[in-house]
Every structure is written in C-alpha cells, then in structure tokens.
Design a protein around this ligand. Structure first.
Ligand SMILES: Cc1cc2nc3c(=O)[nH]c(=O)nc-3n(C[C@H](O)[C@H](O)[C@H](O)COP(=O)(O)O)c2cc1C
Length: 196
C-alpha cells in the first residue's frame, strides 16, 4: 500500500472561486496522486485548471467542517502556482497535474510538487485529532458502510475523544456526530438489535 497523506486540497472553480475538500493523497515516488470518487467537483476543476494545493491543517475542525457543510476557512495565495492554500496549516504543497489515469469509479491525477513549505513546528500526534479524521472519513462513506459498523467505529473512536480532546477536537467531533446521527437515526435498543 502506498503512503496516504490526509490533506485539505484546494482547486479552482470554473467561476474563479475555490473548492476546499479533504483528500488522501497517495505518495508514489516524487509524485502525489489525487484520486476523487466520481462524480466530483474536484475532477471538473482539475480538468479545467491543472494546479492545486494540499495542506496539513493545524486545526482538525477544517477537515470535520468541510464534510459537514462548513467550507469557509481562511485561505492565502500560493507562492509558485496560480491558486490558494489553507492559511492555518503545519505545511503545504503546491502541485501541478502532469498525468491522468482514467477509471470509471476513481480517476487518478498524478501531480508533481512545484513548491512546498513548513509553516509551524509539528511536535507530535494527538489521539483525538486522529479520531476526528477517522470519523470525518466515516461520515463521507455512510452510503457504503453498514450502520452497525459505523456505530461500532464511532463508539471506539469516542474513547480517544473522551481522553484527549481539547475544545477544537470536541467541536469537530460534535459536528460529525450530528451528521452521522441525522443520517442513521438513533441506535436501536439492544433487544431490537438481537431480533435483526
Ligand atoms: C481525511 C479525508 C480523506 C478523504 N479522501 C478522499 C479521497 O481520496 N477521495 C475521495 O473521493 N474522497 C475523499 N474523502 C471524502 C471527500 O472529502 C468528500 O466526499 C468530498 O465531499 C468529495 O469531494 P468533492 O466535493 O470534490 O466531490 C476524504 C475525506 C476525508 C475526511
């Protein structure tokens, strides 16, 4: 399996605005691969404008926010490509699409790194931040996964939240919990579960 870096990707919209979305970028040699599931505005945008940025957000609320309808996060201009990047990031890369592999489900855009920069020290991991990222991914796969699997994974991830979350991680967790709760409804009582 390739190394997959969970980032916040920004592409340019046809109207000149920008599209901000979490994506896992596959590291292959010197290249990074963006692989959006169809249909996706990111695909349309990259077909029209081949430059994008990818950032490691310093605040996981950006990732949770993007998948719960809160996409208005501060951005700043890129240095070496025409485009924008997330303002509050540990680091970011500015990318250019150099090749495209067709696929009916998930085309792959191969990108070269035009420029990359560090913006603040990264001292260590926090379990709650990891849990928010995992829960955010789960919340974008509600149509693919059985409800009981989602509930079981959320229950496990909540352990890390209860032990290590700060206010930002707690807020991000609550956004995702509300989205998942609205989609799945209340958990069935144990007796109902055993009856199938
Ligand atoms: C950390 C993280 C990584 C993700 N990686 C991908 C990915 O590699 N490909 C994808 O299609 N969606 C991925 N998603 C889901 C998308 O962010 C989400 O479905 C988004 O709305 C799709 O982007 P679009 O608006 O350009 O279609 C990821 C979500 C999270 C939270």
């Amino acid at each position: 399996m390739p190394l997959i870096l969970e980032t916040v990707v920004i592409t340019r919209n046809p109207d000149g605005g920008h599209h901000l979305v979490p994506f896992g970028l596959h590291a292959e040699g010197d290249h990074l691969i963006v692989a959006p599931f169809r249909p996706s505005p990111t695909i349309t945008n990259l077909e029209a404008h081949r430059f994008l940025s990818a950032a490691a957000p310093a605040d996981v609320r950006v990732i949770a926010g993007c998948v719960t309808g809160r996409r208005d996060w501060p951005v700043v201009p890129c240095q070496a490509i025409p485009g924008l990047r997330l303002a509050d990031a540990f680091a970011h890369a500015e990318l250019e699409v150099v090749d495209r592999e067709e696929d009916e489900i998930r085309p792959r855009f191969r990108c070269r790194v035009v420029h990359q920069a560090m913006h603040r020290p990264f001292i260590g991991y926090n379990r709650a931040q990891g849990a928010v990222i995992e829960a955010a991914i789960l919340s974008t796969r509600l149509h693919m996964l059985p409800p009981e699997k989602i509930r079981a994974e959320m229950a496990y991830l909540e352990i890390a939240i209860s032990k290590t979350a700060g206010p930002r991680e707690r807020e991000a967790w609550d956004w995702i919990g509300a989205k998942i709760g609205a989609a799945l409804g209340p958990a069935p009582a144990p007796a109902e579960q055993s009856q199938g």
